[in-house]
Design a protein around this ligand. Structure first.
Ligand SMILES: Nc1ncnc2c1ncn2[C@@H]1O[C@H](COP(=O)(O)OP(=O)(O)OP(=O)(O)O)[C@@H](O)[C@H]1O
Ligand SMILES: [Mg+2]
Length: 207
């Protein structure tokens, strides 16, 4: 059965899309069968994929990117999980997800990743997100909630990062995604080499 890794947070702009696509391209590059699902109704990643394919004219489509929405994604995932065509499903959820949507998504997920910077606003949102995940956690005790420090200034050391996040009732990943344009100017076809350590660390929690 395919494993599901969902990027969730209670507010927009924390880095869900940036990290979901970098994770998906990296895992695809190392040979995993990937499906990327976006519930953002702007379909940012689908649109980018179409543009990239138009430009390359090579017809290498990479992994499949499926557009869904908050209400239907959990049911769709349950069906897709059973199929053998995928190893890992990466879900980029929309910033405006309902409580019910979050809960249902958590029930079909193996891992939830909450990206957060260390700004006061993002930290508040992250504490709220982890609190809001509590009911889903009770229903799905195997669910792993990972906090991914994102957009961290390169001069900030890991100790400071961990101090800021230590009271969260979740697993704090022992690395950071720096604030860098190379993660932002992402492609849906090419992997970013610098993201490999992050993907490898996340994979450890899938077993
Ligand atoms: N590691 C990073 N380095 C630099 N900029 C980043 C990084 N991660 C995210 N950003 C920037 O922060 C902004 C928000 O990121 P992103 O779109 O990934 O957030 P999101 O959680 O998907 O937002 P939404 O909930 O609105 O979909 C974007 O402008 C993105 O380029
Ligand atoms: Mg997004």
């Amino acid at each position: 059965m395919a494993k599901v890794i969902s990027f969730i947070s209670r507010k927009g702009g924390t880095g869900k899309t940036t990290n979901a696509i970098n994770l998906a391209t990296t895992l695809h590059h190392i040979g995993k069968k990937i499906l990327l699902v976006e519930t953002d109704m702007n379909f940012t990643l689908n649109t980018l994929r179409k543009m990239e394919l138009f430009k390359t004219k090579e017809g290498t489509a990479g992994f499949e990117i499926l557009g869904s929405n908050d209400h239907e994604v959990a049911n769709e995932l349950m069906e897709i999980k059973e199929s053998k065509r995928t190893d890992i499903i990466v879900v980029d959820s929309a910033g405006k997800t309902t409580d019910e949507g979050i809960k249902k998504l958590c029930l079909v997920s193996d891992i939830v990743i909450v990206p957060t910077s260390l700004t006061q606003n993002d930290l508040l949102v992250t504490y709220q997100t982890v609190t809001d995940l509590a009911p889903a956690r009770e229903l799905n005790p195997k669910l792993k909630i990972l906090i991914l420090p994102n957009r961290i200034h390169s001069a900030t050391n890991l100790y400071t990062v961990r101090e800021n996040l230590k009271n969260l009732n979740a697993i704090i990943l022992p690395l950071i995604v720096p604030q860098k344009n190379l993660f932002v100017n992402f492609s849906t076809l090419e992997a970013e080499k610098e993201y490999y350590p992050v993907a490898q660390e996340i994979l450890k929690y899938l077993s």
